[in-house]
Design a protein around this ligand. Structure first.
Ligand code: ACO
Length: 435
């Protein structure tokens, strides 16, 4: 019997089948059970995909026990320290870091694609002023499919690349437009002379009479750098809920802009990307350091719906390396902006208290990427309702890279999980008057 197999025995029939263990370049072996139903007449039950690999991927690797995150093999710490966001987006999409000419061309293409059709811009007028920016984002990104559908050939690699750069280019424009609409200010057009992050900040905060960023008015470059860092840290995270949603929608051959809109919808929930907004709301609710023990007790109480937002992760069972980088950046950003944010003090106290608590130690619950990211966004004057939108801008690079990877893979099957049916057995219809 091979060491590279897993033996499954059906005790009712005594039938035994050996299943191959697939070896990745890193990480745990994965048992290939695709023929299980044919062999033994049963399915696997794994709600939430706790132990299920749904695809092969070369993009991102996470070692949750050791707090390691690699994009295309590069440690997140090195990319965060040295790269601009678009460089990382190129890496995720293409598999290799760009050389100087490739990066310049990629940046030009992204800038060139930042403008949105005037008809798409008018979609915002249909939203009430107090619509949540994520609601606008999911709707408007989905609407891109109405502009790019008939001439889109998802079987053509060049056409797929155009779609990918178009999404990365337009996402900040759509995101900033959703904010401008919510505060009743006119839309600001993207500028080709600014970097990705500068351009976004300029579209967010320019006044009618004055650009937010130009030669006379330039904000602290370290703040642009902080935004760049957050975008890099959020760019990809292998098969998380939103990326899996994009892949699942994409597996049907659907329009990729609609697939990314599906990813945005999945991201919005507080258990996923909505956690950054939820963390700030939670810190405001806790209010002050003396209330920390009371709220920790609530988080531990299974009868209380309160959870420590920004804590815990499906994969990280040691620490989230992104949280470590962001915590350090918080100190730098708050000091550069001369911000004395009591919520940061509170977050630090909450983390310290939780990490000493037996419940959090035993369940291996650590701060995740979103525990501190909101403190930086707040210092950059990004409103709380925009936090998950910020996440979506960055994660678009990951979503579309996974979509590209899936489309390149020959014979990718439609994603179609099975179920354990626990409803009523077959029964006969009874007429309404007889019920
Ligand atoms: N506060 C209190 N208890 C928690 C928390 C938390 N934040 N997270 C997990 N637990 C407890 C659970 O109650 C459970 O306890 P039990 O074993 O006694 O039932 C145990 O820890 C395991 O938690 P699960 O929810 O089963 O773990 P899962 O992997 O399914 O969920 C998740 C991970 C959704 C991230 C969860 O930790 C959570 O809800 N955290 C808060 C929301 C959050 O920060 N989400 C952002 C994640 S990062 C991202 O997506 C960008």
């Amino acid at each position: 019997m091979s060491n590279d197999t897993l033996l499954v025995r059906h005790n009712a029939t005594g039938k035994e089948v050996e299943y191959p263990l697939l070896k990745g370049s890193l990480g745990a072996d994965t048992v290939d059970i695709r023929s299980l139903n044919k062999d033994l007449g049963c399915f696997t039950y794994d709600p939430g995909f706790i132990a299920t690999a749904a695809c092969k991927s070369k993009i991102t690797y996470i070692d949750g026990d050791n707090g390691i995150l690699l994009y295309r093999g590069y440690p997140i710490e090195q990319l965060a320290e040295n790269c601009e966001f678009t460089e990382v987006a190129y890496l995720l999409m293409n598999g290799e870091l760009p050389n100087a000419v490739q990066l310049r061309d990629f940046n030009e293409e992204i800038s060139d694609r930042a403008i949105i059709h005037e008809a798409l811009r008018k979609f915002f007028d249909g939203f009430h002023y107090d619509a949540h920016p994520m609601a606008m984002l999911v709707g408007v990104v989905g609407s891109l499919s109405a502009f790019y559908h008939s001439d889109l050939n998802i079987k053509d690699p060049a056409s797929r690349m155009i779609c990918a750069t178009r999404l990365i280019g337009k996402m900040p424009t759509i995101a900033a437009a959703s904010y401008r609409h919510s505060i009743g200010r006119p839309f600001v057009y993207p500028r080709m002379d600014l970097s990705y992050c500068e351009n976004f900040l300029n579209m967010m905060f320019s006044r009618s009479s004055q650009n937010y960023i130009d030669q006379e008015h330039y904000i602290d470059p370290n703040l642009v750098q902080a935004l760049n860092l957050l975008f890099i840290l959020h760019a990809d995270h292998e098969q998380n809920a939103s990326t899996s949603t994009v892949r699942m929608a994409g597996s049907t051959g659907a329009n990729p802009y609609a697939c990314v809109a599906a990813g945005i919808a999945a991201l919005w929930g507080p258990a996923h990307g909505g956690a950054n907004e939820a963390v700030l709301n939670m810190l405001a609710q806790i209010g002050s350091v003396e209330n920390v023990p009371k709220y920790i007790a609530k988080a531990k109480d299974h009868d209380d719906p309160f959870r420590l937002m920004g804590f815990g992760h499906r994969v990280y069972k040691n620490f989230d390396p992104r949280a470590t980088i962001i915590r350090k950046t918080c100190y730098e950003v708050l000091s550069r902006t001369n911000t004395n944010d009591p919520l940061f003090e509170l977050a630090l106290a909450l983390e310290e208290y939780a990490l000493k608590d037996e419940y959090f130690i035993e369940k291996k619950l650590y701060p995740n990427v979103d525990f501190y990211s909101g403190i930086i966004y707040k210092a950059l004057h990004i409103p709380v309702e925009m936090f998950t939108v910020m996440f979506a801008i960055a994660r678009t690079a990951g979503w579309i890279s996974h979509w590209l990877e899936m489309m390149e893979e020959p014979g990718t099957p439609i994603s179609r999980p099975r179920q354990l049916y626990v409803g009523p057995p077959r029964r006969d219809y009874t007429a309404v008057n007889n019920r």
